[in-house]
Design a protein around this ligand. Structure first.
Ligand SMILES: *[C@@H]1O[C@H](CO)[C@@H](O)[C@H](O)[C@H]1NC(C)=O
Ligand SMILES: *[C@@H]1O[C@H](CO)[C@@H](O)[C@H](O)[C@H]1NC(C)=O
Length: 405
């Protein structure tokens, strides 16, 4: 197991460091559409334009100076803000095209669709000052919840002259909402309803098979990355995108590489659980980059079994928090009306963690539990071949009831 893990990590590091050399990715003749002739190479705006949806680009500046790119498909209906998962981007709501992806379907139903890109991903790399990398990348999901969300929500509400919007978050997109609503509770009132897909608040019972390895070695990994100044994790990389686009095809001779990657990281039992004809396209859009600190913070959630602020060690904690141990996020301060979708076999949004959340949240209006026999894994909430029947249609009908659109 560990040798396998090691080989895999080395393989990945090599992949991430090869720049502009396409020969490595020459895995023989591709069957089907090539990278450059398909949606695989299109960014969020290009995808929207290709499918004839108007795309607006909004730049939102947070109070700590980060420049976020928020995409919008303008409509007259109620605004809906969609927030992606860890290391992902607005692409996750678009890559499957109008037949499967939620953003188009919301726009078709008349909702004003806004797609956030969290600080540090491929679309949101700017800052009003020219910060050195060490300072720029010094953020976790806490800053996304405390800065990115409020700035974006205020921007949308100001733009529309409204006092509330609808929020849809996937995975880390729910973590950020928990952080915001517990630490800046005045923002609860700005959300009419939130739909939480695979909610994550701390990852205490995460099923990812290598979590013990990462947890045990976290301090070593943290000081090592500091030493080699590796602050960004899983940046968007065109060569890696091309590589995924080649091996993640059902008819590829090398699809075992893709299968292993998606099984090992996400518990995906078979590639056909993701929309098969879109597989080379969606895999060519992940990852999109985030800070290494985001991962460290999530791993701490497992190590400490708590959903709490970043642990800097006793001395710095005392300085920052006036306490040697980091304070917990108090999710019971959340009073946004909620719909929760969770699955029994999800490695990240686990039964035990969701049960704990449910015991603290007082405003859950709908809870959709997908049992073991449905076998719905983490990525399927946005990329799954059954996403229309299990997620999109129920989401649209819940929103219709709430907004009467
Ligand atoms: C977009 O609109 C153009 C012009 O009306 C049309 O030719 C094209 O087929 C449309 N594309 C899609 C994906 O609907
Ligand atoms: C699991 O969910 C399916 C689909 O909703 C349902 O038909 C089935 O009865 C459930 N099984 C159990 C054991 O609850």
């Amino acid at each position: 197991m560990n040798i396998f893990c090691f080989v895999y990590v080395v393989f990945y590091i090599i992949l991430l460091h090869i720049k502009n050399s396409s020969s490595v990715f020459d895995f023989g003749k591709q069957i089907g559409e090539s990278y450059s002739n398909s949606d695989a190479s299109l960014d969020s705006v290009q995808l929207l334009q290709k499918y004839n949806y108007t795309a607006e680009t909004h730049i939102v500046i947070t109070s700590d100076g980060y420049r976020l790119t928020v995409y919008r498909v303008p409509r007259k209906g109620p605004p809906v803000l969609l927030v992606h998962g860890i290391g992902d981007s607005s692409d996750c709501w678009l890559v499957l095209g109008p037949k499967y992806s939620l953003a188009y379907q919301l726009a078709d139903a008349g909702y004003d669709v806004w797609l956030l890109n969290s600080r540090g991903n491929r679309y949101s790399k700017g800052h009003i000052r020219n910060l050195p990398p060490k300072l720029y990348w010094d953020f976790s999901y806490e800053e996304m919840g405390l800065q990115d969300l409020p700035a974006t929500i205020d921007h949308i509400l100001f733009n529309r002259g409204l006092s509330k919007l609808i929020y849809i978050g996937f995975s880390q997109g729910t973590t950020e909402l928990f952080v915001m609503c517990s630490m800046r509770p005045e923002y609860n009132a700005k959300i009419e309803h939130a739909i939480l897909l695979a909610p994550v608040a701390g990852l205490q019972h995460i099923q990812y098979p290598f979590i013990k390895f990462w947890s045990r070695n976290l301090n070593i990994v943290m000081s090592l990355t500091e030493k080699i100044e590796l602050y960004e994790a899983f940046p968007s990389n065109e060569n890696l995108n091309k590589f995924h686009n080649t091996v993640c095809r059902l008819n590829s001779l090398y699809k075992i590489i893709c299968e292993l990657e998606y099984y090992k990281n996400f518990g995906l039992p078979r590639l056909t659980n993701l929309v098969p004809e879109k597989l080379p396209i969606l895999t060519a859009h992940v990852p999109s980059g985030t800070s290494a600190k985001v991962f460290f913070h999530f791993i701490q959630g497992y190590s400490t079994q708590k959903f709490q602020r970043f642990d800097y060690g006793k001395r710095k904690n005392q300085e920052l928090y006036s306490s040697p141990i980091p304070p917990e996020y108090d999710v019971s301060r959340m009073n946004v009306p909620l719909t929760i979708f969770a699955s029994e076999v999800d490695w990240y949004s686990t039964n035990k963690d969701v049960a704990k959340l449910l015991s603290k949240l007082k405003t859950v209006e709908n809870y959709v539990f997908l049992n073991k026999s449905v076998g719905f894994t983490h990525l399927e909430f946005v990329y799954g071949s059954r996403v229309n029947s299990i997620i999109n249609r129920p989401v649209l009908s819940i929103l219709k009831k709430i907004t009467k659109l």
